[in-house]
Design a protein around this ligand. Structure first.
Ligand code: FO1
Length: 304
């Protein structure tokens, strides 16, 4: 069987990626992570979506926070706070080790792809997990007060400032991940766009020159799962951001953003599909348990 390629951001996308990892053999699944959320903080290279995917696929994710590691301790943050350091972006002790080692390896000349695969392998992830690009792409949010780095808007400002525009700094110069292009040229079975925020998780991947074109060219079905149920996202600011940008937040609005790239769209039974021009499949997209994640993954593969 040829490969399934899943494009994913953090939390919502990682749930489906986990489901897919239970129904596909490791060599049949390639997961491509958004790196637009990446940042440099306290001198460390942080890749939140890669790490959420790694921890989730390894069964090490922190289900209370939705990010970071399970069984986390916070001695580093407490000590940093006592010293008057910057504490708005919290790095748990176990998570910290990963950022320190990634920063060291990148500094020594390893690519983000190599570091990502090494860590995933060490933590027991069997599917292939790759960044969209080894070159830096940084999502920035235009607010009434000016441009903010993504994590400044998302974590420090708690998504409060209105979103006037979004930019993917560096995307125009970034080279797509070579292994992704190779997989797209090797007649994949399908491309799955996970139920991630289209604006800040999937569009940065599609903004890397060549990726959108290679997806369209490869001839495989392209299926997206709606991250919106009713008028709300399961988690995170997707609906709010769509509204800020003048769109009516709905599953259909997300399908419209992907436009001609899609051939299939998966959405909740009760949601309005008016105006969606691709094949619509109805399924439970809410994934609270492992069983629900696996069930959605199985349903998706049956549509393809
Ligand atoms: N999210 C928060 O809401 N607060 C944090 O302090 C925080 C720290 C953090 C550290 C490492 C990491 O990999 C992720 C972290 N996140 C934190 C999550 C992250 O900001 C977002 O979930 C994603 O970037 C959006 O997908």
């Amino acid at each position: 069987m040829s490969r399934v390629i899943a494009l994913s951001g953090g939390i919502g996308g990682a749930k489906l990626a986990l489901g897919l990892s239970h129904v596909l053999s490791p060599e049949d699944l390639l997961i491509v992570a958004n790196t637009g959320d990446d940042c440099e903080h306290l001198g460390l290279s942080i890749s939140p979506d890669i790490d959420t995917l790694t921890y989730t696929l390894a069964g090490l994710d922190n289900q209370v926070l939705g990010w970071g590691r399970r069984d986390e301790s916070w001695a580093f943050m407490e000590t940093l706070e006592a010293l008057g350091g910057e504490t708005w972006f919290r790095l748990g002790d176990r998570d910290l080790a990963l950022h320190v080692e990634r920063t060291r390896r990148l500094g020594a000349g390893e690519t983000l792809s190599v570091v990502t695969q090494r860590f995933a392998g060490r933590l027991g992830v069997q599917a292939t997990l790759l960044p969209m690009s080894d070159d830096p792409v940084r999502t920035r949010i235009l607010t009434p007060g000016g441009w903010l780095d993504f994590q400044h808007w998302f974590v420090r400002e708690q998504c409060r400032p209105a979103v006037l525009d979004i930019a993917f700094h560096g995307a125009d110069r970034a080279r797509p991940n070579a292994a992704l292009l190779e997989a797209l040229d090797a007649r994949p079975r399908a491309i799955i766009i996970c139920p991630s925020n289209p604006l800040i998780s999937i569009e940065p991947i599609l903004a890397v020159p060549g990726i959108r074109e290679a997806i369209s060219r490869c001839g495989a079905p392209v299926l997206a799962v709606s991250p919106i149920l009713g008028r709300e996202a399961v988690k995170g600011p997707t609906a709010r951001m769509l509204a800020d940008l003048g769109e009516n937040p709905s599953a259909a609005a997300v399908a419209r953003r992907y436009g001609k790239l899609l051939t299939h769209y998966v959405m909740e039974p009760g949601d309005d599909a008016t105006g969606i021009e691709v094949r619509v499949h109805r399924a439970q997209t809410l994934m609270r348990t492992l069983e629900e994640k696996v069930a959605l993954a199985r349903a998706i593969l049956s549509y393809l």
